[in-house]
Design a protein around this ligand. Structure first.
Ligand code: NDP
Length: 323
């Protein structure tokens, strides 16, 4: 059992709650008398410093996954960074005072906790969190977990390895901006191509893309060269199939539409193991958080942050800080 120095914890907290399904601006409310969640034996209680938003927050709130969702009212939010203030009796790796981060829902769509990260406190299984790299601020750390675990897991599932080429569809988004960096600086790609609108092509190059493609001007599937792997973050796996080499892999993270082989869908499972694996690369700044220029949004402006995310035109991640 981890040591624990008692910290004063209130019984009520502020949290962004939705009691019915709909758009964030219609259903999400900042409540101030929400019960601080109890920790079970395997959980740590985190005093939340920062959170980040993901498209899945909006999809859950819209009721797209009612069948597997936890019942409303629900505190929204997946990604968290903060300080451990309490540990369950079976927690081994963490102590009170540790600075941690993680995606608090092990399975994004299946039975998520009713109490998410857009709150002052979050109760989280120790297996889905990791110690925050010291060179990251809380806001930077909160931007990473769900997106980087998706990026890394999808590359692994596609069998991506050193010396291979990759085309990243949506290279400037929350997940895509990390796929580009991972492919180039962690997996050792021979060539990284990525798509974005014209205004984000320079960013793609900064992240490590050798070829930045303006998707409004050029059709990547018409390029003479083909790629070992195509990583689709925008829902274009059919076109991705035309850009991959014979025998290559097309991984898409966008469900809800037909996916034809060789394309396949990858769904993230939250785990602190990926964050620990990537820690040296983060500390060496081979992998850097990409925070949307409009961020951070203060906690009270969370609806504005969701409105920005809903445009689908963000750059990197929308972060909520301070909380
Ligand atoms: P973002 O909101 O960060 O994506 C926005 C980005 O997408 C913008 O930078 C935009 O760039 C870019 N974009 C939009 N359309 C295109 C296009 N046609 N071509 C190239 N770029 C485009 O989303 P995330 O990266 O967080 O998530 C992406 C998708 O993946 C979502 O549908 C999300 O739900 C899903 N997802 C699935 C997961 C899983 O486990 N299966 C996990 C995580 C996310 P621009 O302005 O240049 O168009």
């Amino acid at each position: 059992m981890a040591t624990s120095t008692p910290v004063s914890i209130p019984s009520k907290m502020k949290a962004w709650v939705y009691g019915q399904y709909g758009k964030p601006e219609d259903v999400l409310r900042l409540e101030s008398e929400v019960d601080v969640p109890e920790v079970n034996d395997e959980q740590v209680l985190i005093k939340v410093a920062a959170a980040s938003l993901n498209p899945v927050d909006i999809k859950m709130m819209a009721g797209l996954f009612k069948a597997t969702d936890s019942p409303v009212p629900t505190v929204a939010g997946y990604d968290v960074a903060g300080v451990v203030v309490k540990v369950g009796s079976k927690v081994k790796e963490f102590n009170v005072g540790d600075e941690v981060y993680g995606d608090i829902h092990e399975h994004a769509l299946n039975n998520p906790k009713g109490s998410g990260s857009l709150s002052e406190y979050a109760a989280v299984e120790e297996k889905v969190v990791a110690l925050k790299p010291k060179n990251l601020s809380f806001a930077e750390a909160a931007s990473l977990p769900l997106a980087v675990e998706t990026a890394y897991g999808g590359l692994e599932r596609a069998g991506f390895s050193a010396g291979q080429s990759i085309l990243v569809l949506g290279g400037a988004g929350g997940v895509g901006s990390l796929v580009v960096q991972l492919a180039k600086h962690v997996f050792g790609a021979s060539k990284v191509a990525a798509t974005s609108c014209a205004g984000k092509l320079e960013l793609l190059k900064t992240l490590g893309a050798d070829l930045a493609i303006d998707y409004k001007r050029d059709k990547y599937e018409d390029l003479p060269e083909k790629f070992d792997v195509v990583y689709d973050t925008v829902g274009e796996s059919g076109r991705g199939n035309k850009a991959v080499k014979e025998g290559g892999s097309v991984v898409t993270i966008v469900g809800g539409r037909p996916v034809i082989p060789p394309a396949f869908v990858f769904d993230v499972t939250s785990t602190g193991t990926v964050l620990n694996t990537l820690k040296p690369f983060i500390e060496e700044e081979k992998l850097k958080p990409v925070i949307d220029p409009k961020s951070p949004f203060p906690f009270s402006h969370t609806i504005e942050a969701f409105s920005h995310l809903q445009t689908g035109r963000g750059t990197g991640k929308a972060v909520i800080y301070p909380i």
